[in-house]
Design a protein around this ligand. Structure first.
Ligand SMILES: Nc1ncnc2c1ncn2[C@@H]1O[C@H](COP(=O)(O)OP(=O)(O)OP(=O)(O)O)[C@@H](O)[C@H]1O
Length: 241
């Protein structure tokens, strides 16, 4: 069972699409204020695990506890109400809306609490000055790296117990990835509980306290980022192909 210090506890999580399971007996945890990465090659099941945590995977079994609440059988809109929020792969910003509107849409669950909404908006702007600078621009007109900051800000606006990021570096230029790494480290310093799915081992090790390796729908290895030396990195690289 979960310790008080854990934001996320997953036990025996299996599930998939149609009749086939693509994730099998997954167990892992994210401590309070901890940043954890799921690393693995294409098709390993990382996104499917994220979808199971947010309730989007219709066929799932096992235990998912967030901040002591069993969310395993809750529908996505209930889980989104403060338990977990995700930056999806490809960002999926609202097209035709300004940066600020995208952020406010992320904070809809506080819509009756104006003060809270403004506080959250300020904390996003403090973390990402570029987002404040472009708050009136159309979100999808920004560069890929800037859009990623907006997507992270939109997730922050719902003030979730657990923050999920699905391959935030995908499609970004090297300079934008360096900015993203710095942004994620600032986010982590604020003691948020973060689960990051990545194919970039370097980014995950810069940002996270611990990593799990996902392969063939199972967790096959885990370790502390600090303890993973050149040998561990080579092993992970081998898994990632
Ligand atoms: N909607 C779907 N319907 C059927 N099968 C799916 C669906 N989405 C994913 N799969 C299958 O589930 C398996 C795991 O996919 P998943 O997207 O979770 O992997 P991933 O590790 O996130 O990889 P990627 O980095 O490519 O997103 C793959 O074999 C994939 O083909």
């Amino acid at each position: 069972m979960s310790e008080n210090s854990d934001t996320l506890v997953v036990e025996g999580l299996s599930g998939g699409y149609d009749r086939f399971d693509v994730i099998h007996d997954i167990a892992f945890r994210v401590g309070r204020g901890e940043a954890v990465a799921l690393l693995g090659p294409n098709g390993a099941g990382k996104t499917t695990i994220m979808r199971a945590l947010t309730g989007l995977l219709a066929r799932r079994r096992g235990r998912v506890e967030i901040d002591g609440v069993d969310v395993g059988s809750l529908p996505p809109h209930r889980i989104a109400r403060g338990h977990a929020a995700m930056v999806p792969e490809g960002r999926r910003l609202f097209v035709g809306q300004s940066v600020e509107d995208n952020l406010r849409l992320g904070g809809l669950r506080h819509r009756r609490d104006r003060e809270r909404t403004e506080q959250l908006l300020e904390s996003v702007f403090e973390l990402f000055p570029v987002v404040e600078r472009y708050r009136r621009r159309e979100a999808t007109a920004l560069s890929g790296g800037e859009q990623q900051m907006v997507a992270i800000g939109r997730m922050m606006m719902s003030d979730p117990s657990l923050m999920l990021l699905d391959e935030p570096s995908l499609g970004l230029a090297p300079l934008a990835i360096a900015d993203l790494s710095a942004a994620l480290r600032r986010l982590r310093e604020r003691d948020h509980s973060i689960l990051l799915v990545e194919q970039r081992v370097d980014l995950a090790l810069e940002v996270c306290d611990r990593v799990y390796v996902v392969y063939g729908g199972r967790i096959v290895d885990e370790g502390r980022a600090d303890d993973i030396g050149a040998e561990g990195r080579a092993l992970i690289d081998a898994y990632l192909g």
